[in-house]
Design a protein around this ligand. Structure first.
Ligand SMILES: [Zn+2]
Length: 653
């Protein structure tokens, strides 16, 4: 029998802290934990998206103890399960786990303990629910809560989709009970808004709360820099020659690149390659040597870092564009776990996009290839070799097409290599997945090209909109002077004149499309589109403007454009009476060189007037004679402020 039943009185603010102390020995909560715990104890369904290492697990463990009874924890990996169970057992909690690595007798023993109510936590793998009788056995006990770890595995948009996870939703109602249902807590370290919505829907969560926290890493300075592929090895070697920038992880895009970079680096510092093509023993040796500090740099493909618990990594370098922002975030997140300032570098060039197109075509071949194989499948099972020989496709193409058909249900291949025709609905899910992969990479490219704060963009990508508006202050966009690889120069007088002309053009309107702006200023043919875009980026870095990616539809085609809007600081820039001269004699900036613009901080008198008026609650007066264009400026500015959610009475404009 249970010897203690801890039920928390939520009205007593000290009770939860006391439980935290007595159960786990912690003096206090980490950021955001208390709010989540209180919601879970109160019985709310919730989705918690928090990065690894931010204290996610406590958010179901403490509520489980507080609610009393057994918490059912569903976890996809035996190693994760064992790790959590060991930690809970170490603080004196009663934990059972059932997974495929366990002998039958031991599993039966745990079931008996569960039915006696002896367990506070029961860990199971999702596939266990398919064992007949098992869900019914679980439902005999009233659960404290159901926690679903690594919940992104539920979503087909997630990068680690597990079909068994998708079945969870159908078992949950019985497990939760009908009377006062046990709350469901879904936890993950990586879920974009789309994956979040999918998790909520698939689990049938009841009036769920979403907590998306902790994605901002305030000690990571992110730098994105254009470096041609052949130049990258040299840049990386020079960068890591400074001992203060080590230990470091370099992420390579292929095994070949990983080998060659490691060879080049190891002539100067202790470095090694790490990729899936190496045998397990070598990988293990590299990992241990890095952990122990014998290696100062590892050049890895994505397979590296899962088991790494090294707090003092000072630098993470991406020697090419990653495939997804989720993966990128996890990889740069391995730097600076000790809280000290660490720098991350993402190197890219147009050639990276071609490489990715190649990978994408290889991993997601044209639908026609799949159709060809599907049509060739008869009602009678056939050996793979026969089909392959009869096909017009090359051997590799055929194998890839068959593999994809199998994943999406269009074919079944048994262990003997005999193929049977599957269902015909494969094309829909295949197309969706291929498109999704393309979209994910487009987001990476947009991230690299963008001139908005890097950390804010990542925070927004994970859906933490509340936290996304705050610039980090240390990335290459927020602090161009602090950038290590990116070099900036001051704008020439001619460029400054163009900037003033742009600001004046933007002043009376809400936004102008970048292309229109260039035409309006009569700059087409005088400076190239690239040079014009470089100026826009420089203005965004100087916070004179904000740039937003946008699109519209014309004749069924989606056309993308960049919306250019004046910021408060841009509005603040003194109007230029001499901007016309900039149009006649622009001095084109040198190619491929980022431009920095120094802002003159002289306040625009109209803006001062506006601010004073808003502060006093008075609308700005209409008879401000000193400015001719004032009123239209005021109207546009009011509109802009409203657009950003500021409360401004209608009468002001
Ligand atoms: Zn920033």
């Amino acid at each position: 029998m249970r010897d203690r039943l801890l039920l928390i009185d939520l009205s007593n603010p000290d009770a939860l802290h006391e439980l935290l102390r007595s159960a786990f020995g912690f003096a206090g909560f980490r950021v955001n934990q208390e709010e989540v715990c209180r919601a879970a104890i109160a019985g709310r369904d919730l989705l918690l998206v928090m990065p690894t290492g931010a204290g996610k697990s406590l958010c179901y463990q403490l509520p489980a103890i507080a609610r009393g009874g057994t918490a059912l924890v569903i976890s996809p990996l035996i190693s994760l399960m064992e790790d959590q169970a060991a930690k809970l057992t170490a603080v004196g909690l009663r934990v059972g786990r059932i997974h495929s690595g366990l002998e039958r007798g031991a599993a039966r023993q745990i079931c008996a303990e569960y039915l006696r109510g002896d367990l506070q936590f029961l860990f199971i793998a999702p596939e266990r629910l398919r064992v007949s009788g098992f869900p019914a056995m679980l439902a005999k006990q009233k659960l404290a809560l159901v926690a679903i770890d690594e919940a992104h595995c539920i979503s087909q948009w997630g990068h680690e989709f597990r079909p068994d996870y998708r079945m969870l939703g159908q078992y949950l109602p019985a497990l939760r009970g009908s009377q006062d249902p046990a709350p469901v807590i879904a936890l993950t370290a990586t879920a974009t808004p789309r994956v979040q919505a999918d998790i909520l829907a698939q689990l049938g969560m009841i009036d769920p709360l979403k907590f998306i926290h902790g994605f901002r890493r305030s000690n990571l300075a992110i730098e994105v820099v254009e470096v041609s592929i052949p130049a990258r090895a040299g840049v990386i070697c020079r960068l890591l020659a400074d001992p203060a920038r080590r230990p470091a992880i370099v992420y390579a895009t292929s095994r070949k690149q990983s080998e060659s970079l490691a060879a080049e680096l190891s002539s100067r510092i202790p470095a090694a390659a790490y990729h899936a093509g190496l045998d397990a023993e070598t990988r293990d040796r590299v990992q241990r040597a890095f952990q122990a500090g014998k290696l100062e740099a590892v050049v890895a493909t994505i397979a590296f870092g899962m088991g790494i618990d090294k707090a003092n990594i000072r630098t993470v370098i991406h020697a090419g564009l990653p495939a997804t922002l989720e993966g990128y975030y996890q990889e740069i997140g391995r730097a600076g776990r000790d809280g000290a300032l660490s720098r991350t570098y993402l190197m890219h060039s147009y050639a990276d996009q071609r490489t990715h197109d190649f990978f994408l075509n290889r991993d997601y071949p044209p639908v026609e290839n799949l159709k060809q194989v599907f049509v060739a499948l008869g009602e009678q099972p056939q050996p793979v070799e026969e089909l392959r020989a009869a096909s017009d496709l090359a051997e590799e193409e055929f194998d890839k097409a068959l593999e994809k058909l199998e994943i999406h249900g269009g074919a079944r291949v048994d262990f003997g290599g005999i193929v049977t025709k599957g269902a015909s609905g494969w094309q829909k899910t295949y197309t969706i997945q291929a498109l999704h992969r393309t979209e994910q990479f487009e987001k990476v490219v947009a991230f690299a090209d963008s001139s908005a704060c890097r950390m804010s963009q990542l925070v927004r990508h994970f859906g933490d909109v509340k936290d996304a508006s705050r610039p980090c202050g240390i990335c290459d966009v927020c602090d161009p002077e602090g950038a290590v690889l990116r070099r900036f120069r001051y704008a020439t007088p001619a460029e400054q004149n163009i900037v003033r002309a742009m600001v004046d053009e933007l002043r009376p309107v809400n936004y102008i499309a970048a292309g229109t702006l260039q035409r309006k200023l009569d700059l087409v043919g005088r400076i190239s589109r690239n040079e014009f875009e470089a100026l826009l980026d420089a203005m965004a870095r100087a916070r004179l403007i904000e740039i937003e990616e946008s699109s519209f539809e014309k004749n069924g085609e989606v056309l993308r454009f960049r919306k250019v809007m004046l910021s408060d600081a841009g509005f603040n820039l003194r109007p230029a009476p001499y901007c016309r001269s900039a149009r006649s004699e622009p001095n084109p900036p040198r190619k491929n060189q980022p431009v920095r613009i120094r802002i003159r901080r002289s306040g625009h008198p109209l803006l001062k007037l506006l601010r004073r008026s808003f502060a006093s609650g008075e609308p700005p007066k209409r008879n401000v004679s000193a400015f001719r264009r004032t009123w239209s400026c005021t109207t546009a500015h009011c509109k802009r402020l409203r657009g950003r959610g500021r409360q401004i009475p209608r009468s002001y404009s």
